[in-house]
Design a protein around this ligand. Structure first.
Ligand SMILES: [Zn+2]
Length: 565
């Protein structure tokens, strides 16, 4: 039996927001190299977790060993012999997101990709985790429990296991006969929704029906919901998902449904993207960005089905599903960047674009989440026309790749589609590689539905503004709006409209109201200037709705499509 790598986390300096890490192992070679991952699987951008690390030291037995920094996140050392090693370092933990680390006097939320050191010759060895937590905290990790800690089968299993410590509400729920844990962190002002754990269980069971299997995680699954003042997102793991939601969103009429859709999204990732994974991520390379166009499938298909999870679970109806899907399609259609960036490029450029997006990014890029969901919708309808479904294709890909741990590529998706409707594989190539190639309107019409633009009810200027320290600043000039014909660019400070002082961003529409052409006074780099803005009647959003004139064939196809599974 191989000696495990022992990693001990000391959270007892939580009031200083520092984690002390102690990692011990027996080297197999005198030439040692180790690195801290530069990114977190599931979040495809370089996060340089090493920026939070300090006080690193290495002992061989009790003797200090000189280490050499070979890269921003990498070290090496020449060892005198193969005596067991102890590596120690500290991590500042002040970043409360699902892919980073945070600790304070009340709780800890750790993403282990930002914590554990990857030692080259130890990756596939078991890793033993111990945690020193302040009293009376409990520690939650979705790993096998041992007598004095937790055991991960290898480094990958360790970094895939988020750690939460504190005093939390812990509830159990059951999915297809498997017991899962629900960890609730941060009670919202109005309290947690009634029957949350049974609603979560229904959504998760619906996802199992979609995939045609019991949960691959079995009895070891932890769903963590952090309810914050601000924040939204999730990160998927083999045996867990960590969700962040905010109580303002939860208090809205659609809040509970959106929270359950986020649960459905992350739970479906247990199959799609975790175990059914793009070939480029088998195995993960934690040391550098790895480009994969498969992210459109991983996130787009999951985003499409997450809208349906509340319908499958019986928490919403067909009209609500249309509303949710319509909002997703509207966001895509309102993104001018979809005419410049293809879906496959959007996925491949995730590392440098999606995760670094600004408001102005919408004019040159499109999210593979939204466009991927729209593409999934088109695929599903085309497959329904061939008496099949996207759910069926997803299940086939799962059974041919997931349980075996085989990565998939575009070719495998083509082969899966080919078995149902050969023309669709060729069509998908166009949808993936050609910007703005998705036949959304035609697909919607085939279902006896309508997708119509809804005009704005105020003068449309195409500017996105923000109030900052008493200034009104331009955040975005939409490339398809009237602002694009003015001289304005992001960063300009707007001072006046037709000589009237503009003090708040919200007042721009008011000042534009009575005139068609307006003179805008603005400041750029400390200099005053003027430009003209000609508001028009723009599109506010797109609406997906029933077509009262739908014929029998369209209604029959629509009924089949609404079955989802
Ligand atoms: Zn996702």
């Amino acid at each position: 039996m191989t000696d495990p790598v022992c990693i001990q986390l000391d959270l007892q300096h939580n009031d200083r927001q520092v984690i002390q890490v102690r990692q011990c192992w027996s080297p197999t070679s005198r030439r040692l190299s180790f690195q801290l991952p530069v990114w977190t699987p599931g979040s495809y951008t370089v996060r340089d977790h090493v920026q939070h690390l300090h006080s690193l030291g290495l002992l061989s037995g009790t003797n200090p060993v000189a280490v050499k920094r070979t890269g921003p996140s990498a070290w090496s050392a020449d060892l005198p012999d193969l005596t067991p090693l102890t590596l120690t370092y500290c991590l500042e933990a002040r970043d409360l997101t699902v892919r980073t680390c945070y600790v304070d006097s009340s709780f800890a939320s750790l993403c282990m990709a930002a914590v554990a050191m990857h030692v080259d010759d130890q990756r596939w060895h078991p890793h033993h985790l111990q945690v020193l937590a302040p009293e009376p905290w409990n520690v939650h990790v979705p790993l096998e429990r041992g007598t004095d800690g937790w055991l991960a089968s290898d480094f990958d299993a360790l970094v895939d296991s988020p750690l939460h410590a504190g005093e939390f509400d812990l509830e159990g729920f059951e999915v297809e006969g498997h017991r899962h844990d629900l960890l609730l962190i941060g009670t919202p002002p109005g309290g947690w929704p009634d029957q949350l754990s049974s609603d979560v269980a229904s959504v998760c069971s619906g996802v199992c029906r979609l995939m045609g299997t019991a949960p691959p995680a079995g009895d070891r699954y932890q769903l963590v919901i952090q309810m914050l003042e601000q924040g939204y997102g999730g990160l998927e793991h083999d045996h867990s998902a960590v969700l962040q939601f905010n109580w303002q969103a939860l208090a809205k009429p659609d809040g509970r449904r959106q929270l359950l859709q986020l649960v459905g999204h992350e739970y479906l990732h247990q199959w799609n993207v975790r175990r059914l994974r793009p070939v480029e991520y088998r195995p993960y390379d934690y040391a550098r960005p790895v480009v994969s166009e498969g992210l459109w499938f991983a996130e787009g298909i999951t985003s499409y089905f997450d809208l349906a999870t509340t319908l499958i679970a019986g928490f919403s109806d067909r009209s609500t599903f249309l509303k949710d899907l319509g909002q997703e399609l509207s966001r895509v259609l309102m993104t001018p960047g979809r005419s410049l960036q293809s879906l496959s490029d959007s996925a491949k450029e995730a590392w440098v674009k999606l995760y670094k997006a600004t408001p102005a990014s919408r004019d040159s890029q499109v999210s593979y989440y939204g466009l991927g969901a729209a593409t999934a919708f088109c695929l599903d309808v085309r497959l329904r026309q061939a008496d099949s479904s996207l759910a069926e294709v997803l299940r086939e890909l799962w059974f041919s790749h997931g349980p075996q741990g085989r990565g998939y590529s575009r070719q495998h998706i083509h082969v899966a589609l080919d078995g149902h409707t050969p023309a669709l594989a060729a069509e998908l190539t166009t949808w993936l590689d050609q910007p703005a190639s998705l036949p959304l309107k035609a697909v919607v019409a085939d279902l006896g539905l309508r997708l119509d633009s809804v005009p704005t009810d105020r003068p449309h200027h195409g500017l996105t503004l923000k109030d900052e320290q008493g200034q009104v600043l331009v955040k975005r000039v939409a490339s398809d709006g009237p602002g694009a014909d003015s001289a304005l660019v992001p960063g300009d400070e707007l001072l006046a409209v037709n000589g009237y002082r503009l003090r708040r961003a919200a007042d721009l529409a008011l000042l534009l109201q009575s005139r068609s052409a307006a003179c805008i006074t603005y400041v750029r780099r400390g200099r005053l200037a003027e430009t003209h803005l000609n508001p028009d009647k723009g599109v506010d959003h797109w609406l997906l709705d029933w077509d009262p004139g739908a014929n029998a064939d369209q209604r029959a196809l629509r009924d089949r499509w609404f079955q989802i599974l």
